[in-house]
Structure formats: C-alpha cells, structure tokens
Design a protein around this ligand. Structure first.
Ligand SMILES: [Zn+2]
Length: 219
C-alpha cells in the first residue's frame, strides 16, 4: 500500500500512522524526522535545509522533494509506505504523483482524518507533556500525577504554549486554509478517503483498517 496520511493537529495522526505502518508492515515516513536526521548526520541535504531553517524560512519544495525521493527509493519502500507530513503543498503533491508514475507505481490512497474543531480544541487544551521524555497526558482521559512529575523519567510535566486555546484556534485556521487545496486536489484525482477520527485510538484504527482493506480489494 502506498498511502498519504492527512489530519489537523490533535486528531491523533501520529499514533494512527504508527499503527497503520505496523498493521500493513510498511515504513512510516515523516519528512520532519528525515530532516532532523539529515541535519544531525550533516549530509549535503541536511546542510542545505539548515540554511533555510536558520533564517527562519520554510525549506523549499525542491529540497523537501529531493529528500522524499531519496527516501522512497530505499528498499524498504518496495512493499509500500505511509507518508506523514508530506505532501504539504500542491507542487509537492504533483511531484509525488509524477515520481511514482515515473517508477511505474501509483499512490493508492490519501487518508484524511476528520474531526470537528471543538473536539480537537478540547483534546489539545487538555494535553500536558513531559518536558524531558515527551510522554503525553490528557487532563480528561489520562491525567498526569498531581505532583506534576513524569512517572517515566521524573521530568516536569507542562502545557505547551501551542496547546493554549487561542493558539490552537489559530493553528487550526492555518491548517485548514493550507490543507484545503491539497484535499481538493486529491479528491479530484479520486484518491481521497475520509476517516472518522472520533472515538478511542483502537476504534479509529478499526475505521482505518476497514477503509484500507476495501481499497486493497479494489486494487
Ligand atoms: Zn518523562
């Protein structure tokens, strides 16, 4: 399966991506992870990327595309992949489809996790994170210990600035306006599948599995 995963902040994209990659035995590819790795290994691409990041600029499409292309050419992608955080723009999406078609392959589906803004705001504003190991807690369903100390590593648990309600609303607005053209682009190509993001992690995972299995049957 060759998949792209889309979803606003707070819909559980990270964990669902992880579960899908395990279920279908395909690598989960996040451009953020690759960029961090290239930078830490000080590769040519990493040095190119850091030039933009240090200036506070977005890494341009052509650099991101090169990184993705190199990653998708690796052996473990022969059985498929799940892209997370890419493509983010129409030119990136066009690059991906062209690259795959040049390789005689095609993208099977773009999975978009749907969740309404009030549910997302609720989830994110309840989120608390360990400052040391990154473990996350939720005031409603998985509250941190009262002393505010992480039971895993002893780090301090805090609320990210990003997870304050005013910031969340702005992040969602930005996400929706950036992603809408991409969603429309893939819908027009008949690649878009919407997945209901309501429910527990395992319920949402089941929604994914039933949709992916149906797509698989049609291939
Ligand atoms: Zn911790």
């Amino acid at each position: 399966m060759r998949l792209v995963l889309l979803g606003a902040p707070g819909v559980g994209k990270g964990v669902q991506g992880y579960l899908i990659s395990k279920e279908y035995d395909i690598p989960k590819i996040s451009t953020g992870d690759i960029l961090r790795q290239e930078i830490s290994e000080n590769t040519r691409l990493g040095r190119k990327a850091i030039n933009f990041i240090e200036k506070g600029e977005l890494v341009p499409d052509e650099v991101i595309n090169k990184i993705v292309e190199a990653r998708l050419k690796k052996d473990d992608c022969k059985k498929g992949f799940l892209l997370d955080g890419y493509p983010r723009t129409i030119p990136q999406a066009e690059f991906l489809l062209n690259f795959l078609s040049d390789e005689g392959l095609k993208l099977d589906a773009v999975l978009n996790i749907k969740l309404d803004d009030s549910t997302i705001t609720n989830r994110l504003s309840n989120r608390r994170i360990c400052s040391k190991c990154g473990k996350d807690f939720n005031l409603a369903v998985n509250p941190p210990p009262e002393d505010g100390i992480c039971p895993v590593c002893g780090g301090k648990i805090y609320q990210r600035e990003d997870d304050r309600i005013e910031v969340i609303e702005e992040r969602l607005k930005v996400y929706r306006s950036n992603t809408k053209p991409l969603v429309d682009f893939f819908r027009e190509k008949g690649k878009l599948f919407e997945v209901d993001g309501n429910g527990s992690i395992s319920e949402v995972h089941k929604n994914f599995v039933s949709i992916i299995n149906k797509i698989k049957d049609d291939i």
